[in-house]
Design a protein around this ligand. Structure first.
Ligand code: SF4
Length: 353
């Protein structure tokens, strides 16, 4: 049986330096390798022309540089691209590339399935299989970059795909270090966002470890409603969540918390809900993303009407909040928020790879 090869993408540059040192390779080669792998997007060591031939051969023989293989690519009529990638154990991982003017955002997954079972989310309905490794998180970025069209550049990465990032925190931190490192993907700190449904004890550790944006999937302003939508709320109710957020020194007007509020017909879309939300967030530097729910077959919930959506967002603006209404992207290929479930049925344009 072939001995398992080492996985380059499992290591931040700092960790790769240490690993190389143990193996008798000069530590500074870590920056060189990362430059090829992430900076230039060239995975094959045979092409790393500034490395000695013997070292290139050694990398080719002993290390791996991909953790995921293509399974399916779907292109939405609105330009959104959903990639379904297959891990070595056959697990399916989904990522979504979302072009918006000059910006192209990649939404990546951190778990296979999700243990949190939010009632409006197709991923939650799958149940939980396992955490993704660092390499499986990082390779979503490498693989999805292959789908960029000429002139398009990846500008933002959001950890908002399948899974709860803070339940896989060590791998999320290590992967974020590679996204931010100047010799890695070289994304600016404000260009990387990690989302949580509210795993309260891990939030401070995340922000103390990597300078990323924090997004909180809030979806309700009372415990009664949030308990139903986000069952994690029964463990960490709103008072605990908001208390933890208010105590963060890293949260400032320049570095606000992004709140995601999925608007669901008849559940959390009343004028009183907007006023409660305003009271809950008052005084905390924040930006609000209001997202009309994306209907899917596993959820009893439905999206609000356009009139209710406009009224809800307008109420919050009048109450002094910065509000963005996020239109569903890639809904025709099940790529919109809460729709990732490894289905890939009836795509607008799909190619099996
Ligand atoms: S919304 Fe996020 S945290 Fe909730 S079940 Fe879906 S993937 Fe998990």
């Amino acid at each position: 049986m072939r001995e398992a090869r080492l996985q380059l993408q499992d290591h931040s540059i700092e960790s790769l330096r240490a690993r190389f040192a143990e193996q008798g390779i000069e530590p500074w080669r870590a920056e060189q390798v990362a430059g090829w792998l992430y900076g230039r997007g060239i995975g094959d060591p045979a092409q790393w022309s500034d490395l000695p031939a013997a070292l290139r051969e050694r990398f080719a023989a002993e290390w791996e540089w991909h953790a995921l293989d293509w399974d399916l690519v779907q292109r939405s009529a609105d330009g959104t691209v959903k990639g379904r990638l297959r891990a070595r154990d056959g697990a399916l991982v989904e990522s979504v590339l979302i072009p918006e003017g000059a910006r192209t955002t990649l939404c990546i997954s951190t778990q296979v399935g999700c243990p949190l079972a939010c009632s409006f989310c197709a991923t939650g309905a799958l149940g939980f299989t396992r955490n993704l490794t660092v390499a499986e998180i990082v390779d979503q970025v490498c693989r999805m970059r292959e789908q960029l069209v000429p002139g398009q550049r990846l500008t933002n990465v959001v950890y908002m795909g399948m899974g709860e990032p803070l339940l896989n925190l060590p791998a999320v931190l290590e992967s974020a270090r590679l996204l931010l490192h100047p010799k890695g993907f070289a994304l600016g700190p404000r260009k990387v966002t990690v989302s949580t449904a509210g795993v309260v004890p891990k939030i401070a550790t995340l922000l103390a470890s990597v300078p990323v944006n924090l997004a909180v999937s809030l979806h309700a302003a009372t415990d009664a409603v949030r308990d139903e939508l986000v069952p994690l709320n029964r463990r960490f109710p709103l008072a605990a969540l908001m208390g933890a957020l208010r105590s963060l020194e890293t949260v400032t007007a320049r570095r606000p918390v992004f709140f995601e509020y999925t608007l669901i017909q008849g559940v959390n879309d009343a004028p009183e809900d907007a006023r409660r939300l305003a009271r809950l967030l008052r005084g905390l530097p924040s930006k609000l993303n209001v997202i009309p729910m994306n209907a899917h077959e596993d959820s009893p919930h439905r999206p609000p009407s356009e009139a209710v959506l406009t009224r809800f967002a307008g109420d919050l603006v009048r109450l002094g909040f910065t509000v963005t209404v996020r239109r569903p992207r890639g809904a025709d290929i099940d790529a919109a928020c809460g729709q990732l479930a490894g289905r890939g049925a009836q795509p607008a344009v799909a190619s099996r790879v």
